[in-house]
Design a binder for this molecule. Structure first.
Ligand code: GLA
Ligand code: GLA
Length: 665
């Protein structure tokens, strides 16, 4: 099975193509413009169910036939979608039991997409039938490069609380636990006397008067992932009866919290991701880089596909900022630098109707006499020059631990502080590494860690015994570990590990935490510079009483609830070391310096003396230099050919303000 689409050569370039929203004369202009921009792949038919099956069992493929033939005649490949994320109005009316029910018990409406229960047998039957009909018809069509199943599983309908889902959840629990006693033990139901006498008594975690059993909540999250994966598998296996082309679905890493993409990755032939810039952030390109690194990691390091991003503004943020000149190019090339073999957009031509009419596109409402169109054409030329990067790998010396189960559990209600947020700490450490020009992989805590010199665990609240042992063995064998506070606290059932915190990591870190001392909103604490430490730093959010049980103190708290006690520690264990940070170090005064120091201690080599606004990533023999600053940046130590500009670089390269240089070494 090919890892990515069967395109003639180079990177895939294009977007979601929805010609059904336009009269046919526009289609001919579309394919002419696609050729002008160098588009070679478009995603077709994503929301077409109501168009290809206008009434139950009655099909009309005439339009899709013409679209696929036209694309083929223009040399543009199709990523043909199954239309199952948007069930037709007739389906909803005929099968009311398939309707999505939210936590509060509201039945969610139609006139929208994703409005169905993933556990509905009626949905299963109807979706399998339309997919089989579609796959049988088009399996041999010469325009086809790959199959795009559904759209963004688990985004709008991650959890359904209808009676059918409740029954499916109970069946899932029976399967997981065998008998209800095992379930009671796992969830700790002696608490509040919430013991279940049988599986029939278990309800999904709908809105309750006060705090719900967290084991119940965790298992419902897991069940919901399985429910969506089952939907995907059904469609994939249906397609397989007719076609051997690669099958994928578009993930939403990392912005779809309910989907555990470590689990999803094994299901697809190629990992595909949708990523939209969060334009409200100060440096949104750092979150973009994190998304791309996490996507590559979910793909097991293999090349992946950027299935959707935007040429400009989206329509669903509070304030939808247009991309500034050069920003789209930097965004796209950063994804390619970090392992994407494609650059796809939502969408080809801006819609005039419905919810997304203010979303940018490759062909904007303004038409081709526009900056966006000229940039789209120029980007196509860039991507053709980058053809040689296809299939190349990115390697990393540093890994950051990411576990969706920890994400979920950390953010259940009734935690020690509202400021404990999974992504807040991950992003703080990721940014410090990004500014040090260190490319990272993300790992599940039970992954093989031996390829890495340093493993960073900023948010590993939930950590079972086996993954904790994995981290321990990694350090003993010579690895270096950097852990932030409120990690290693609970096991896979959200049960606190026995004894002082952090139960799962006490031994490897050589510390014991006696009591948490969360800080008030905006309160800060100061760290003393120790014998070995640099200048004093400040901390936010967290302080705690750390006792040394083998580690040494690198910094102490100078004030606050834990004045005079350790704030940052290091434990030399076996051939490695384990560092622990018990507050949210301020980025400028503390975290960046500490991360640099730990990188040095772990022997992680990286370029020095570059502006921290310059993104530097090596993919195979291509070095990507992306300048996010308003002034030019000079990078030394690069020798080779400029792939985008044709220049010869001999020892140094100057990257224009806001520009990108790619050197093939
Ligand atoms: C109330 C309840 C207790 C406990 C405490 C926690 O007082 O009666 O059961 O939940 O709150 O603060
Ligand atoms: C998602 C969907 C697209 C579109 C875009 C808008 O990625 O897959 O259909 O709605 O968002 O940003």
């Amino acid at each position: 099975m090919p890892g990515y689409p069967v395109l003639p050569e180079g990177l895939a370039y294009g977007g979601d193509y929805n010609p059904e929203q336009w009269p046919e004369e526009v289609w001919r202009e579309d394919v002419r413009l696609m050729r002008e921009a160098g588009v070679n792949l478009v995603t077709v038919g994503v929301f077409n169910w109501g168009l290809i099956e206008p009434q139950e069992g009655e099909y009309d493929f005439s339009r899709l036939d013409r679209i696929l033939d036209l694309l083929h005649s223009a040399g543009v490949y199709a990523d043909l979608a199954t239309p199952t994320s948007s069930p037709p109005a007739w389906f909803r009316r005929r099968y009311p039991g398939s309707r999505l029910v939210d936590r509060e018990g509201h039945v969610l409406g139609g006139g929208s997409r994703h409005s169905f229960c993933p556990s509905s047998p009626d949905y299963a039957a109807a979706s399998e039938r339309v997919v089989a009909t579609l796959a049988a018809r088009y399996a041999g069509h010469p325009a086809l490069a790959m199959w795009h199943v559904h759209n963004e599983y688990g985004w709008a309908n991650a959890h359904c609380y209808c009676p059918t889902s409740a029954e499916a959840f109970r069946a899932w629990l029976r399967d997981r636990y065998g008998d209800v006693g095992a379930l009671n033990a796992a969830w700790g139901t002696t608490f509040w006397g919430l013991t279940y006498g049988s599986f029939e008594e278990v309800e999904p975690p709908v809105t309750a008067p006060v705090g719900l059993l967290t084991g119940l909540q965790l298992d419902f999250m897991r069940f919901s992932v399985d429910a969506h994966i089952a939907c995907f598998r059904r469609e994939r296996e249906t397609i397989r009866r007719f076609s051997d082309l690669p099958v994928t679905t578009n993930f939403m890493i990392p912005n779809c919290k309910p989907m555990d993409y470590w689990r999803w990755a094994a299901e697809v032939d190629v990992v595909a991701n949708d990523h939209y810039l969060d334009s409200g952030r100060a440096d949104p390109h750092i979150e973009l880089a994190m998304a791309a690194d996490l996507t590559r990691s979910v793909a097991g390091g293999r090349p992946w596909m950027l299935m959707e991003h935007s040429t400009g503004a989206v329509n669903w943020q509070p304030r939808n900022l247009a991309k500034r000149p050069g920003e789209m190019r930097r965004n796209t090339l950063a994804h390619v630098a970090r392992g994407s073999d494609s650059a796809m957009f939502f969408q080809w031509r801006a819609s005039r109707y419905g919810a997304e009419k203010f979303h940018s596109a490759m062909v904007p409402h303004a038409g081709t006499d526009s900056r966006i169109w000229r940039d789209v054409v120029a980007l196509g030329a860039d991507l053709r020059r980058l053809a040689g990067v296809r299939g190349a790998r990115v390697t990393a010396d540093v890994a950051v631990v990411w576990d969706w189960e920890s994400y979920w559990a950390l953010e259940f209600e009734w935690r020690p502080s509202a400021d404990l947020r999974f992504r807040e700490r991950i992003e703080a450490y990721y940014e410090a590494l990004w500014r040090e020009h260190v490319t990272v992989d993300f790992v599940h805590p039970s992954a093989d860690l031996s390829p890495y010199r340093l493993v960073v665990a900023p948010s590993s609240y939930l950590l079972g015994e086996a993954p904790a042992k994995n981290l321990h063995r990694y350090v003993e064998a010579g690895g270096h570990l950097l852990v932030s506070y409120f990690s290693g606290i609970v096991d896979e059932n959200d049960t606190i590990h026995p004894g002082p915190y952090p139960g799962a990591l006490r031994e490897v870190l050589g510390v014991a935490v006696e009591e948490f001392h969360p800080l008030r909103e905006h309160e800060t604490v100061t760290l003393s510079s120790s014998r070995t430490g640099p200048s004093p730093a400040t901390g936010r959010i967290w302080s705690e009483r750390v006792r040394l049980t083998g580690a040494l103190a690198v910094h102490e708290f100078a004030d606050g609830p834990d004045a005079g006690h350790p704030a940052v520690t290091r434990h030399d264990l076996g051939a490695g070391s384990a560092w622990y940070v018990s507050t949210a170090l301020d980025a400028e005064s503390g975290l960046r310096g500490l991360v640099a120091r730990v990188l040095d201690h772990a022997g992680v080599s990286r370029p020095r003396g570059l502006p921290d606004t310059l993104e530097l990533v090596r993919r195979g023999d291509h070095v990507f230099l992306i300048n996010h600053a308003d002034e030019p940046a000079t990078v030394t130590g690069v020798t080779g050919t400029g792939v985008l500009d044709g220049a010869a670089y001999d020892g140094s390269a100057t990257v224009p303000a806001g520009g990108v240089v790619v050197v093939r070494t």
